[in-house]
Write a protein that binds this ligand. Structure first.
Ligand code: SF4
Length: 289
């Protein structure tokens, strides 16, 4: 099936009339907003891309180490990170206005939110965006911690250049629940990216940041079992020693109890290098597709 402008128009009408949004999703409030632009000129860590694309503001996954929280407009929004999300409801319209500038450009979705956070199941904003983007064929990289991305395999197959990055930060559900309390389990993420890979879509597992690992050999086995070839790792650093409000002590205590430090990180990376087909470290692993 080839996606056409007509199909995208029909989706946009639905969007204009509004997909019904709930007031809340889990612990987070939900609000629809109109934005003046949806593609942002990339800079800094993402400087190798032309644009970043964030379909949402805020993120109900609420990872305790999330650096995006510290760039929230107001202190209250930063302190309540994970408890609010804004849906950029006119995103497709904004993309259409820039359509002549999109073909062949590199786009990273997303830099300060997760495109497949829980509200996406109902809002379907990312699916609408993909149906529009696929017409213009940018070079797209999708970054997520959710297996919901599997829902869009049918569209992703129609991109000429696309890569899905799945973040898997540890092998321990105990660690995951302290640092990423509202994210899908590690098992679901591994199964999700395996499904993407098996559908013939370029895929990568990003261990960014790498958190304490419980059983290194089993972790490497699980990564290899996905069949993927590309992996990226990056150390865990809090933003100037900060965690999202209310989680600092628990996270600190766990890191200390598990003896997680730079030496341990280096040991894990050196071991993974001997096991995985390819392992990039830091920014080079995030190069455009
Ligand atoms: S999923 Fe990403 S954007 Fe969302 S809270 Fe976690 S680190 Fe931040």
């Amino acid at each position: 099936m080839v996606y056409t402008n007509d199909m995208a128009s029909r989706k946009s009408e639905l969007l204009l009339f509004g997909h019904p949004l709930p007031d809340r999703i889990g612990q987070a409030s939900v609000e629809g907003v109109d934005v003046s632009s949806i593609l942002t000129k990339a800079s800094g860590f993402m400087g190798a891309y032309d644009y970043t694309l964030n379909p949402y503001s805020g993120c109900s996954f609420g990872c305790t180490y999330c650096y995006a929280a510290f760039f929230a407009r107001e202190p209250e929004l930063r302190d309540s990170w994970g408890k609010w999300v804004q849906v950029k409801q006119n995103a497709v319209d904004r993309i259409r206005r820039m359509r002549s500038e999109i073909r062949g450009k590199t786009i990273y979705m997303s830099s300060v939110t997760d495109p497949y956070q829980p509200i996406e199941k109902q809002a379907r904003i990312v699916r609408d965006i993909l149906e529009e983007l696929v017409i213009h064929q940018p070079r797209l990289v999708i970054q997520t911690r959710s297996d919901l991305v599997k829902r869009d395999i049918d569209i992703l197959k129609h991109f000429e250049v696309v890569r899905v990055n799945m973040t898997v930060t540890t092998d321990s559900e105990e660690v995951r629940k302290v640092f990423e309390p509202y994210c899908p389990s590690l098992q679901r993420r591994l199964a999700g990216i395996q499904a993407i890979h098996e559908a013939g879509i370029r895929s990568c597992i990003t261990m960014t940041p790498l958190l304490p690992i419980q059983d290194l050999t089993a972790f490497a086995d699980a990564l290899i079992a996905t069949g993927l070839r590309d992996f990226v790792v990056q150390p865990f650093h809090t933003v100037r020693g900060r965690f999202v409000a209310g989680t600092r002590e628990g996270a600190r205590a766990l890191v200390e109890r598990m003896g997680w430090d730079d030496t341990k990180y280096r040991y894990v990376v050196d071991y993974l290098r001997t096991r995985l087909p390819s392992l990039y470290e830091g920014q080079e692993g995030f190069a455009p597709a």
